[in-house]
Design a protein around this ligand. Structure first.
Ligand code: S3P
Length: 434
């Protein structure tokens, strides 16, 4: 069922806000816990549609999952070598791209096992050849619809390590190869073109997997087992970015964001917003605190006038899920905002270049698409408003909500329910700050 929700121009956002648990780290925590022989407690695991798909997937592989009243998830893993009784299954990843791309890394290393991964309509148009190719090179057999799309069948094998240069800047592909590398004989080296989120590397460190990073090259060796007993998930900087953008745009706002992950590979949006003159006070460059191997901290955000900026390709992976918000800030800023080198946005839960350009233009923005991004021009005045279709994409739904609060006439978001994929309490928490 598709829900339409109106977001009218509203008064300032004020107060203290704690973002939901990080989605990327929750997926990895569940997968690594399932690959561990001993039980692992995951504290602050994200409760959302995507991360439920990951718990379902590891249960289908034989892991036990228990939720305790304190919000912790206890995972009784099956070890690195998943039991083959669980083979032959069809695994439904729902809308979860991270699960679709990381899980095959583990499955590929199970000789004799065969699994087919499928998901919703959106996942079926997102390519898996990017993970199929390195897994084939490592010795697994894989099959995808038209060689490219889910359903995606993985036949496990005794893998051999490879040297792999990532053809696309993708933390998901890097992670898939590193996970397969933990099961492959010899060394597996992945080289990225520019830095992307490093949560998998940090999770490997927690699980005592020996690996070496040399600049953009990461080399991992085969391991017998993971050693993990407890993971604590920090707040999600991508989810928080929607609230922060609202605080930047709605006049008179002042919001303190607590316990948010400040891993540098995830905070590109905040640095771009600062460059646009947004007032964000916090330890963005060098967070002083860590929570279980991930930098965390506080950000103090206030509204104010913005100016345009240029986002260069190497910044894109560091802000990939927030670039639609850069477009929204750009529409309210004085001058031109350009995003380049972001063609990956076309392959997200929806084509986010088309979605943001059509969506914001319908609200009154002067914005145009380019093959690898967009250009938006503003004169510092707010958008008019109108209707925006989330196109089944959680981040487009949340973008529409923020656009509504900052507009002069309000925005009707068609398909607001999509937000539950990553942030079920988004609307509630946004309105609570008003
Ligand atoms: C993610 C990586 C990014 C991001 C996605 C989550 C991850 O995708 O867009 O929401 O958890 O590794 P790509 O690595 O494909 O860019």
């Amino acid at each position: 069922m598709t829900s339409s929700v109106r977001f009218d121009p509203a008064g300032p956002l004020r107060g203290t806000y704690t973002p939901p648990p990080d989605k990327s780290i929750s997926h990895r925590a569940a997968l690594f816990a399932a690959m561990t022989d001993e039980p692992v407690t995951v504290e602050n695991y994200l409760d959302s549609e995507d991360t439920r798909s990951t718990l379902d997937a590891v249960m289908a592989l034989g892991a036990g999952i228990e939720h305790d009243p304190g919000g912790r998830v206890l995972v009784r893993g099956v070890g690195l070598h998943a039991p083959l009784e669980a083979t032959g299954g069809l695994m439904n990843v729902g809308n979860a791209g991270t699960l679709m791309r990381l899980l095959p890394g583990w499955l590929a290393g199970q000789p004799g096992g065969v699994w087919t991964l499928d998901g919703d309509e959106s996942i079926r148009r997102r390519p898996v050849d990017r993970v199929a190719e390195p897994l084939k090179q490592m010795g697994a057999s894989v099959e995808a619809r038209e060689g490219r799309f889910p359903p995606f069948t993985v036949r496990g094998a005794n893998l051999t390590g490879i040297e792999y240069d990532l053809p696309v800047p993708s933390a998901q592909v890097k992670s898939c190869v590193l996970i397969a590398g933990m099961l492959a004989s010899g060394a597996t080296t992945v080289t990225e073109g520019s830095m992307s989120r490093d949560h998998t590397e940090r999770m490997m460190r927690r699980a005592r997997v020996p690996f070496v990073r040399d600049g953009l090259r990461i080399t991992v060796a085969q391991v017998d087992e993971l050693e993990l007993d407890h993971v604590v998930v920090p707040g999600d900087p991508s989810s928080a970015a929607f609230i922060v953008a609202a605080a930047i745009l709605v006049g008179g706002s002042r919001v303190v964001v607590e316990d948010v992950g400040l891993n540098w590979t995830r905070t590109g949006f905040y640095r771009i917003a600062e460059r646009m003159r947004a007032v964000i006070v916090g330890e963005l460059e060098e967070p002083g605190a860590e929570l279980d191997g991930e930098p965390v901290g506080e950000l103090d955000v206030a509204s104010g006038p913005l100016e345009g900026t240029v986002v260069e390709p190497e910044e894109v992976p560091l802000a990939i899920d927030e670039l639609t918000l850069v477009a929204l800030l750009g529409a309210h800023a004085e001058g031109e905002t350009v995003v380049r080198g972001a063609e990956e946005l076309r392959l997200k839960e929806s084509d986010r270049i088309e979605g943001v350009v059509d969506g914001l233009r319908a609200l009154g923005a002067d914005i145009e698409a380019t093959p690898d991004g967009f250009t938006v021009r503003g004169d510092g005045s707010p958008l008019r408003g109108g209707t925006i279709d989330a196109r089944g994409d959680h981040r487009m739904a949340m973008l529409g909500a923020v656009a509504g609060l900052a507009s002069t006439e309000g925005v009707e978001v068609v398909g607001m329910d999509a937000a539950a994929v990553s942030y079920p309490r988004f609307e509630h928490e946004l309105r609570a700050l008003l």
